[in-house]
Design a protein around this ligand. Structure first.
Ligand code: 5AD
Ligand code: SF4
Length: 468
């Protein structure tokens, strides 16, 4: 028997219709803002939320302004996962205050994870009197209604709710035509001790499988070549009929979307079923993001990660056995409270042992309200900085050694952009998730091009085009 799914809370159809009607009314207002600019901080989830904000703004009749100083409406979609993300967002809001002095009609909104932090909305209102609208992630689908309120009353509006809802049929204005984000679940119930996400993104809730497949079909029919399935912990996906993530992955694979990726997988529930689905699904790319966070058992225990070093290494072995050559990436935190030099050395030795193709490395940042923020032994900044530098140096060395396996091999690259270093070269990601650059021009953007990897440069691979 499949596990019984928790009842997901979907926004009602009439509520959705009311929001779409708001958009129409705003579109007809003569004095509404005409152009918008969305500033995004943080992860893919936030980037996708910004695509929804842009979709709703366009349904209200606004058009995108490439430069934010020139926009009539500027919205900051904030992140609070680490202190520096939060400081950057607030710093930019303050800077806009100056811009608004010369353009008093400019509207400013702040939304996203930071607004969900306790007391933050009030603080924003008090400290930033030029902000017209503040709302949290749980209110995203009500953005048209909130916007209308500001426009009609001319007053300031704040909305932060505790409700964890799922909203379907929100308009989306996608940044890329060739690759798309597709959210499969929202929220997180893991409560890793350092992490604020469960507090600001709410409880885990999964979209209905039928809604996900409908969206994937629309994307496929619209010419999208690559879909990234998104969730804070995709392995916790549970459809209304009890379907798990491997079942969902197989169903999306059967639709014939050219390339499928997903993010993020928690190692504690990386199942054999998922490993088998990875190996058997022809469209699921041979790459895996498996955040380890630390290589020491005691630190992992205090991080509340529910796996140990040996268990993690075993999962890596099983993944590599099932999908030979798989691209493997991770997230690592240094300077977790109480982390000793010996414990940090365990992280270094794990990085050495695994051999990641790429890693995101972070200095631990205390987040108010999380369990780790109250733990003794906060690591001094200079010690943490020294550790991250040693970690990065080792990872760069291992990365060069690991990615050498692609030299001489063929990869199919989905071209993302012109190369940063030359306008006669393009770059994108191969099947294994590694950045590759090769000769080309803007006509290649959005196409999948077969190349032969010829060498390594900095953190990317270089290649030449092959006849396909
Ligand atoms: N400090 C530092 N890094 C953090 N992350 C999450 N919370 C924190 C924090 N408080 C990192 C984790 C996670 C990634 C998205 O951000 O490594 O996997
Ligand atoms: Fe944060 Fe852990 Fe949830 Fe990831 S799994 S979002 S690190 S609490």
């Amino acid at each position: 028997m499949p596990m019984t799914a928790r009842p997901a809370v979907h926004v009602t159809e009439s509520e959705t219709a009311a929001q779409r009607a708001c958009e129409q009314r705003i579109a007809r207002m003569p004095d509404r803002p005409k152009t918008y600019h969305v500033v995004t901080y943080g992860c893919q989830m936030n980037a996708h939320d910004s695509e929804k904000l842009a979709g709703m703004l366009e349904a209200m009749g606004l058009t995108a302004a490439p430069v934010r100083d020139e926009a009539d409406f500027v919205i900051f979609n904030t992140c609070c996962v680490r202190d520096n993300a939060e400081r950057r967002a607030l710093g930019n809001v303050t800077w806009l205050k100056e811009v608004r002095r010369t353009r008093p009609e400019m509207m400013i909104a702040v939304c996203g994870c930071m607004i969900q932090e306790p007391g933050m909305a009030e603080r924003i209102l008090k400290q930033y009197p030029f902000v017209d609208l503040a709302f949290g992630t749980s209110n995203l689908h009500r953005f048209p209604e909130l916007m209308e309120k500001v426009l009609v009353t001319g007053g300031r509006v704040v909305a932060v709710e505790e409700e964890d809802m799922i909203a379907e049929h929100v308009p989306v204005r996608r940044l890329r035509q060739d690759a798309a984000y597709l959210t499969i679940m929202y929220g997180c119930d893991n409560f890793c001790s350092y992490c604020i996400v469960p507090y600001v993104r709410g409880r885990e809730r999964s979209r209905r499988m039928a809604d996900i497949l409908r969206e994937a079909e629309e994307l496929r029919d619209g010419g999208v070549k690559e879909i990234m399935l998104l969730g804070q912990n995709v392995n916790s996906y549970r459809g209304e009929g009890g379907e798990d993530f491997p079942a969902l992955l197989r169903a999306v694979d059967a639709l014939g979307v050219e390339r499928i990726r997903f993010m993020t997988s928690h190692p504690k529930d990386l199942s054999d079923g998922l490993i088998a689905a990875m190996a058997e699904c022809g469209h699921v790319l041979p790459q895996f993001h498996l955040p380890v966070q630390a290589g020491n058992d005691e630190i992992l225990r205090r991080m509340n990660r529910h796996y140990d070093r040996a268990g993690y290494l075993d999962r890596v072995r099983r993944l590599r056995a099932a999908v030979p050559g798989i691209g493997l990436t991770t997230d690592i935190i240094v300077g977790f409270p109480g982390e000793t030099e010996e414990q940090f050395l365990d992280t270094l030795s794990l990085v050495d042992e695994v051999g990641y193709d790429s890693a995101f490395t972070f200095i631990y940042s205390p987040r108010t309200g999380t369990a780790a923020a109250k733990m003794p032994g906060q690591v001094p900044e200079d010690v943490a900085t020294d550790r991250i530098q040693r970690l990065i140096a080792l990872q760069e060395k291992r990365q060069r050694e690991m990615t050498a396996r692609f030299v001489g091999q063929t990869e199919r690259v989905l071209v993302e952009s012109l190369s940063r270093r030359s306008d006669r070269a393009v770059s994108g990601k191969g099947e294994h998730g590694i950045s590759i650059s090769f000769p080309g021009d803007s006509a290649d953007i959005g196409r999948i091009i077969p190349v032969r990897v010829t060498g390594q440069k900095n953190n990317t691979l270089t290649a030449e085009r092959t006849e396909a």
